[in-house]
Design a protein around this ligand. Structure first.
Ligand SMILES: O=C(O)CCC(=O)C(=O)O
Length: 259
């Protein structure tokens, strides 16, 4: 079996894979410079702990040349092709999503519940359906080194296989993404856990249905910077044609016990 097909099989089973060094160091540094100036505009100096008064400051990921270089990393695009199929995802010239910057702090950040990310707007709330309308993948771009003490994102390994059965009864219309995790069986929370740790420039590519959460407190010494964009796909997964399904769709079908 080729290295790529092993990677894809593991992705289908675990719900994520990691591309280490996906974004080159000079590009990471250029992105961080922009993020730091956005923080300063909010009176938060990333190099002055006296200004780190809140556990999290959430920014919209900026655009511009540095983020275009990060988001178009060839190593990432190769994986998006492998997981979603060439031509089936939106080739964004940037990163996108939000950047929750987490600071060393013992306060509850208030945003650390288990969840899956929503994929489409219904009256100002983010909903999701079993076809994963619009959202093909979730990516976690590490813009700083993230160790065990630095409030890494926590993932439930294999939880993407439990979500389709929760979403299926809601059909095409779907449900508010914030209501999904509460319906998960206890067995989901007995699955193994993984923490999205690594070096700046590493990117976790996740199935859109992976259950995850922010962790706290941040016990490290530096701000933790992770962007968490979607990789969009214009055509919702049909969940019908077993001959031409990509890895993400295959995992949904597996969750529905249709393969
Ligand atoms: O900051 C993190 O570690 C993850 C945050 C998250 O999952 C979210 O905001 O949806």
């Amino acid at each position: 079996m080729s290295e790529m097909s092993t990677l894809i099989d593991d992705f289908c089973a675990d719900g994520f894979l990691v591309v280490r060094g996906a974004v080159a160091a000079p590009v990471v540094n250029a992105c961080l410079n922009v993020i730091e100036s956005e923080l300063r505009a909010r009176s938060v100096d990333p190099h002055d702990p006296a200004t780190w008064t809140e556990p999290v400051v959430r920014l919209d990921c900026p655009d511009g040349p540095a983020f275009a270089a990060a988001g178009t990393s060839p190593a990432l695009w190769t994986m998006y092709d492998a997981l979603l199929g060439p031509g089936r995802w939106v080739q964004r010239q940037g990163v996108g999503g939000t950047i929750p910057v987490r600071f060393p702090n013992t306060k509850d950040p208030g945003d650390s519940g288990w969840h899956i990310d929503g994929s489409y707007d219904v009256e100002g709330k983010w909903w999701v359906n079993v076809h994963s309308r619009y959202r093909g993948l979730l990516a976690l771009f590490l813009f700083t080194d993230v160790g065990d003490n630095d409030a890494p994102t926590e993932l439930i390994v294999g939880s993407h296989l439990d979500i389709p059965r929760i979403l299926a009864p809601y059909g095409e219309a779907g449900v508010f993404s914030g209501d999904v995790a509460q319906d998960l069986p206890a067995s989901t929370f007995q699955r193994p856990r993984a923490f999205a740790t690594g070096h700046a420039g590493d990117v976790y590519i996740c199935h859109p249905f992976v259950v995850h959460r922010a962790t706290w407190p941040h016990r490290g010494v530096e701000p933790r910077v992770v962007a968490q964009p979607e990789i969009a796909h214009p055509q919702p997964f049909a969940l019908r044609d077993h001959r031409d399904v990509c890895a993400v769709e295959r995992a949904i079908l597996r969750g529905l016990e249709r393969t």
